[in-house]
Design a protein around this ligand. Structure first.
Ligand code: NAD
Ligand code: GLY
Length: 383
């Protein structure tokens, strides 16, 4: 049974820090959101105490923010150490995970040592998985520095690394002690990464909250310009919706799958183009256009609503047309997409399950015939 989502409160644009609670019984925690909140001692109060903290970061984010984070936490931890991973999805693997364990052991970390994940989703997923498994579990704090990580990957406890045979195939559900979203870090975030994060923000409208979608549409200029007041509200509402979903279905037995709206098509784009060619959020954007078109053709959504959403994605600089994927021989494009989508984690017995947008309702998950999906793909591809 689905509990009601609190209505979206959109009557203020101030930059006052916000807090979102994620209710998971003994594993509950808060997400703190605001500009410059690292400098506020309250941000760090009440975290698990320990003799040592280990900052996990990468060689792009570390030089920008490690010293600032160290300053913020060093009055709480007698010793603060750092491990720096090479940047990039290509290094989100078992071998580089080992660097975190090496650092923990070299510095004699004990069962109370607290890990701080300072970076985007790659660092957050890896540090979280190291925390889940070092000495069978130590506390960790998410300090996300991309928009995507603040509204999605740092919240909800999915952690892990890639395997050569598949993305995020090795991992654990393991919740952080807190998520600290300081929006000041967006000052250095490249435009392309920022836009990719906006895809995940916009996703929350179709899956659960049309009022939020209308608000995002009305404030598109503020989103484009990274307006501080608009961003505080957008990140807060995104986290509220994710917290609402995760609190009901922490381990993805059902409802949590709606967070993957557009991702089935998007993963096919990412994998088909070769990882790194399209950013995750870019694949999700073009994928959400396809998922909306499928929803229209299934009679679940008015065509005008799908068209408005497509324009909104386009206006924040996201791709809305799917790429033609490299094929061997003369395999039809739709077939290439379908073959890639059959390895999606939501597929059951080879049958692809799509998250669909249902007008004025929470999204749902359902199957569709290959013929219908092929028509949708053809309609949404570049020609
Ligand atoms: P990312 O971690 O690769 O970061 C993107 C790039 O931005 C990197 O080069 C990074 O070093 C750089 N960067 C980060 N913060 C910066 C800043 N403030 N200034 C300048 N540069 C900065 O990518 P991402 O989009 O944050 O995350 C993608 C990863 O998240 C994928 O591995 C994906 O599988 C994972 N993910 C996990 C979940 C989950 O629920 N756990 C959900 C969605 C995505
Ligand atoms: N990003 C999908 C999830 O957290 O379930």
């Amino acid at each position: 049974m689905t509990s009601a989502l609190t209505p979206f409160q959109s009557n203020h644009f101030d930059t006052t820090p916000q807090s979102v609670h994620i209710e998971l019984g003994a594993r509950s925690y808060d997400i703190r959101i605001g500009h410059g909140i690292w400098a506020d001692p309250q941000t760090w109060q009440g975290l698990p105490k320990a003799a040592m903290a280990l900052i996990v970061t990468n060689d792009t984010v570390g030089p920008l923010y490690e010293a600032q984070l160290r300053d913020a936490i060093q009055s709480h931890y007698p010793r603060v150490e750092t491990v720096v991973l090479p940047d990039g999805e290509a290094h989100k693997d078992w071998q580089h995970l080992q660097l975190i364990f090496d650092a923990l052991l070299t510095h004699h970390a004990d069962r109370k040592t607290v890990l701080f994940a300072l970076g985007g989703g790659v660092v957050g997923d890896m540090a979280g998985f190291a925390a889940a498994t070092y000495m069978r579990g130590v506390p960790f704090v998410q300090v996300p520095t991309t928009l995507l990580a603040q509204v999605d990957s740092s919240v909800g406890g999915k952690t892990g690394v890639n395997h050569p045979a598949g993305k995020n195939m090795i991992g654990a559900f393991y919740q952080p002690s807190r998520v600290i979203c300081d929006l000041s870090v967006f000052e250095t975030l490249p435009d392309r990464e920022y836009a990719a994060g906006l895809a995940e923000v916009l996703k929350y409208g179709p899956i659960a909250d049309v009022a939020f979608l209308d608000w995002l549409e009305a404030n598109v200029l503020g989103l484009q310009q990274r307006d501080p007041g608009v961003l505080v509200q957008a990140v807060r509402r995104s986290c509220e919706i994710k917290a609402w979903v995760v609190a009901q279905d922490e381990r993805e037995g059902g409802l949590r799958a709606i967070l993957n709206f557009g991702h089935t098509f998007g993963h096919a784009i990412e994998a088909g183009m070769g990882y790194g060619e399209w950013l995750h959020g870019e694949g999700v954007a073009a994928g959400m256009v396809m998922a909306s078109e499928l929803s229209v053709r299934l009679g679940l959504l008015p065509a005008e609503q799908a068209a408005r959403f497509k324009s909104l994605l386009q206006s924040v600089g996201l791709p809305v047309i799917g790429p033609r994927l490299p094929t061997s021989g003369d395999t039809q494009q739709a077939q290439v997409y379908l073959d890639l989508m059959r390895v999606d984690k939501k597929a059951e017995a080879g049958e692809i399950r799509f998250v669909v947008w249902r007008d004025q309702q929470v999204a749902g998950v359902q199957t569709a015939s290959d013929e219908l999906v092929a028509d949708v793909i053809h309609a949404c591809l570049s020609h």
